[in-house]
Design a protein around this ligand. Structure first.
Ligand code: G6P
Length: 622
């Protein structure tokens, strides 16, 4: 969703702002803008609906000069995606500019009060309220001759006074026309990171804009506010006052967030999977003890041994990974697992026993529903752990412990490499808990061997790309698809259907293959392809019978099978052969051709693969 950047230092701010906004495009947006303060003390604002290219064109005609500035990509919540509703918003008589992520719930009340004070609103947004409110608070502060010598105390006091009146969530950056050397950033429930460079500071809503600019970063926590000039950074907590900040090393490089030779981030990330899966496993397989090991599971061995039940909660693709985890943990560790949509769990009040372990699964670590569900469970005294990709994200900060995916930045809106890393980590968790209970040493060793071969098997599945592209062009005009699989491959069917929907806008449904008879079979006709997940395994014959049922109704069939499967080839219209793996790893291999199929179909239909309509990479509102 929305993205924020800010800069103060010796360079032209607009250069970083535009490059940073480009790096944030992946989050999903419908308008963008920048505000700078020129050397003559003018507050210059440029903003426009549509893509960043339009903003750049506007800046080419009418530049935004200055060494301090803020920028924003907006994903509309309050008010349509128009030029006027785009951020930054100015407060007072052009005295300050604000860029905001999050939602202000009491904006209507504040707006009425500020209107009565004489403020005139130019937009339908909740953010403009913040801008005028800070201006109003600023007017009540005592005048100070030398703001820098006074540590910008009146500015900080005005911002703090305004923040105290806001209900909702915010990540905010503010610049002030009359104090062109200082920027204030503040956070409550919406992430903000400060980048520390030589004689310069950056602000961004996630780390990707900073890669290549600085590798020193400070994560702001909720209720913290940062006062930034080119050569100073002070962090102030609402309750604790001035606090010491820790500088962390940013572990992503510019190459990680660049496209390289690929046409799209999604394709790049699909092809990164052998490496990202290797990274998920690195140092986490204990050959001597035939088990897995994780540094971040903060519970004691005694607590872990007592775990009797798992609850896995997530949204979107991460929820599908949780479903895969359910099959893996139940079959390898023989412990019951429940998978909950985070958006449902947060308002349900399910009875959870003392020995229930709750995992939030998330790529971004920022999904509002997942964060809220974890908070709710934590409030009730349950330890909550996270399986999460983004270091320093809100969920990483709030969970009691967890396991990082180490997949590197995922830029494509449709999640690919995060899914397979999540499934790999869940397989290792299943091994770990299995070894705490009934799994033998030999069984553990065999599972480790299977895991270690997984990256090569995934590479084998990637080698189908040309064949999948051919199949994609054959079916790219179809408007409905079914995805069918059973057991471990039922979640794969759901995920395959979601990928196609997300980026090609084709209606697709995933079903347990046998369930297809109870309704979806009515959809089958000569223009509705069914994608069957049909690897060797205990339910092969059953799924084959379902395939026959589709063929009997003249439905086209694309079958994902194990290499060398002649039986399926004789029946299906198109066959994609992937390497055989044990059942608990099948989703990780079988999903690869489905990712490629949705990618190639979307490209064939001329869709904007990395920025699909209406979607956001990280859904930070409820
Ligand atoms: C959004 C994204 C999906 C993602 C879901 C959950 O809807 O578009 O790709 O699966 O959020 O995100 P998370 O970061 O929590 O995994």
């Amino acid at each position: 969703m929305c993205g924020i950047v800010g800069y103060v230092g010796p360079k032209e701010a607009a250069e970083f702002l535009i490059s940073g906004l480009r790096r944030l495009e992946y989050r999903g947006y419908d308008s963008s803008g920048v505000a700078t303060i020129s050397l003559e003390g003018r507050l210059v604002v440029a903003k426009t609906s549509g893509r960043i290219e339009r903003l750049e064109a506007r800046l080419a005609d009418s530049p935004a000069p200055g060494h301090i500035g803020i920028g924003h990509t907006r994903w509309a919540t309050h008010g349509a995606p128009t030029d006027g509703n785009a951020h930054p918003h100015v407060g007072g008589e052009n005295t300050l500019a604000v860029a905001h992520n999050g939602v202000i719930e009491n904006f209507q009340t504040l707006k009425s009060r500020l209107t009565a004070e004489g403020y005139q609103f130019q937009s339908a947004t909740d953010t403009e309220v913040i801008a005028h409110l800070i201006d109003s608070c600023l007017k009540r502060q005592p005048a100070v001759d030398d703001m820098a010598a006074a540590d910008y105390r009146p500015l900080v006091a005005a911002v703090q006074e305004a923040l105290a009146q806001l209900q909702g969530t915010y990540g905010l950056v503010i610049v002030f026309r009359d104090w062109p050397d200082v920027m204030i950033a503040a956070r409550l429930g919406s992430p903000l990171i400060v980048g520390v460079g030589p004689e310069e500071h950056y602000v961004a809503s996630d780390a990707s804009p900073l890669a290549g600019y600085t590798d020193k970063i400070v994560y702001l926590a909720d209720h913290e506010l940062a006062v930034l000039t080119c050569d100073s950074l002070r962090v102030i907590h609402r309750d604790q006052g001035h606090i010491r900040h820790n500088i962390h090393v940013l572990d992503i490089e510019a190459g990680d967030v660049d496209l390289g030779t690929y046409d799209h981030y999604m394709l790049k990330e699909i092809f990164e999977q052998p490496e990202t899966i290797r990274n998920a496993m690195r140092g986490r397989l204990d050959h001597d003890a035939a088990t897995a090991k994780f540094g971040g599971l903060t519970l004691t061995p005694r607590q872990l041994r007592r775990v009797e039940r798992f609850v896995l909660t997530a949204c979107g693709t991460s929820w599908h990974a949780a479903l895969v985890g359910e099959y893996q943990i139940e079959s390898l560790a023989r412990l019951p697992v429940e998978v909950e949509y985070a958006s449902e769990l947060r308002y349900r009040n399910p009875p959870l026993g003392n020995n229930t372990l709750l995992f939030g699964i998330t790529q971004s670590g920022e999904t509002a529903d997942t964060l809220a569900a974890l908070r709710e469970m934590k409030r009730k005294g349950h330890p909550v752990l996270a399986i999460n990709n983004v270091v320093g994200s809100s969920i990483a900060q709030e969970a009691d412990g967890g396991i990082y995916l180490r997949a590197g930045p995922e830029i494509g809106v449709a999640s690919t490499k995060a899914f397979t890393s999540q499934c790999t980590i869940l397989a290792m968790l299943a091994l770990y808990f299995g070894r705490l209970h009934h799994l033998s040493y030999h069984a553990g060793t065999r599972i480790i061997e299977e895991l270690m071969e997984l990256p090569d098997k995934v590479q084998g599945a990637l080698d189908t790309s040309d064949e999948v592209k051919r199949i994609a062009s054959k079916y790219a005009d179809c408007n409905n698809f079914l995805y069918l699989g059973r057991q471990f491959n039922f979640p794969t069917a759901l995920e395959g259907a979601l990928k196609l929907k997300e980026i090609s806008y084709i209606h697709a449904e995933g079903y347990p293959a046998a369930e297809m008879k109870h309704g979806p079979i009515a959809l089958v006709d000569g223009h509705t392809p069914s994608v069957f997940l049909l690897p060797h395994g205990p339910v092969y014959d059953k799924v084959m019978a379902n395939l026959q049922e589709i063929k009997a109704r003249r439905g086209p069939v694309i079958a994902v099978v194990c290499q060398g499967d002649t039986e399926a080839a004789a029946l299906a219209d198109d066959v994609i052969e992937v390497p055989a793996v044990e059942e608990f790893l099948q989703p990780i291999v079988s999903i690869i051709p489905l990712q490629l199929l949705s990618y190639h179909i979307a490209v064939a239909r001329g869709c904007d693969v990395d920025k699909p309509r209406n979607l956001a990479k990280s859904v930070t509102v409820e």
